[in-house]
Design a protein around this ligand. Structure first.
Ligand SMILES: [Zn+2]
Length: 277
């Protein structure tokens, strides 16, 4: 066995329905089949079966439609964080609109959970060099940690030279920690290994090697999935090729791989990994 056995990683779910993260505006969402309950139940069952707890970054619009699911998440012992309200790329939003949506989401989630909301994950990991201003609003609204910065280059997200491990962000006001999305440095490049489409498209062994390397160096990794990735039968709709490729690829692999990952590594909610009370 590797020495990495002691490191506890952060298990996270970006909690939204299958059509909410496809760059389709919120005013068109009512035209799609609501499947959130299926994916959510499956996720909760797999986690309960493995005896693990996670952080669910809940989209405000999804919580408004399914308040009972948020209550079930809390009742199962998981942490609830915010994923904003409308799943818009932050760097395309007016700062005032971003702030208002974030505040609305936090308020709804606090009402549903009866607890302060401490964590934030941006839609599409869209805190980039163009939207660092968003971090000030997080502090102002009581967020204690963010997990949105992906130290890679991607057409939609990423700060390639950002720190790769959890750290406290510089800035005025209350302390704010960043838990970057995990990468594995291979031949000088940061390879994204933290979940989602990468988890489905790469062989499982690659994710496991990456996690082992990160943990062997003494660092916690973070892993993320969406409930719809555990609902492989959700509707097929025509999408731009680069979105369709990542969204629909190898969905049937998600659940068996997730079960293996939960056996191979230790996980906890993100606020516990960061030591936030
Ligand atoms: Zn999302």
């Amino acid at each position: 066995m590797l020495q990495a056995d002691g490191v506890v990683n952060a298990l996270t779910i970006d909690f939204e329905d299958w059509y909410q993260g496809l760059e389709i505006p919120l005013d068109r969402w009512s035209g799609f089949e609501d499947r959130l309950e299926r994916g959510a139940r499956r996720t909760l069952e797999v986690f309960a079966g493995a005896g693990v707890r996670a952080t669910f970054f809940v989209l405000g619009a999804a919580a408004e439609r399914h308040p009972q699911l948020v209550r079930e998440i809390v009742a199962a012992g998981h942490e609830v964080g915010t994923h904003g309200w409308s799943h818009t790329l932050i760097y395309n939003q007016e700062p005032g609109v971003f702030r208002a949506e974030l505040e609305r989401s936090i308020k709804l989630l606090q009402d549903l959970t009866g607890a302060p909301i401490l964590g934030h994950r941006a839609p599409f990991f869209s805190i980039t060099k163009r939207s660092l201003w968003a971090l000030d609003f997080l502090r102002e609204l009581g967020i204690r940690y963010d997990s949105s910065i992906y130290p890679v280059y991607n057409y939609r997200y990423g700060i390639e030279d950002a720190p790769r491990w959890p750290h406290t962000l510089a800035g005025e006001g209350p302390p704010l920690q960043e838990f970057p999305i995990t990468t594995w440095k291979v031949m000088g490049r940061n390879l994204p290994i933290a979940g989602g489409a990468y988890f489905r498209i790469y062989p499982y062994a690659l994710t496991r090697m990456g996690f082992r390397a990160v943990n062997a160096a003494g660092h916690p990794a973070t892993f993320y999935l969406h409930p719809w990735e555990l609902d492989p039968e959700h509707p097929r709709i025509p999408l731009p090729r680069r979105i369709a490729t990542t969204h629909y690829a190898n969905l049937k692999a998600t659940e068996p791989r997730l079960r293996r990952l939960l056996r191979d590594f230790r996980f906890a909610p993100m606020k516990e990994v960061l030591g936030i009370a």
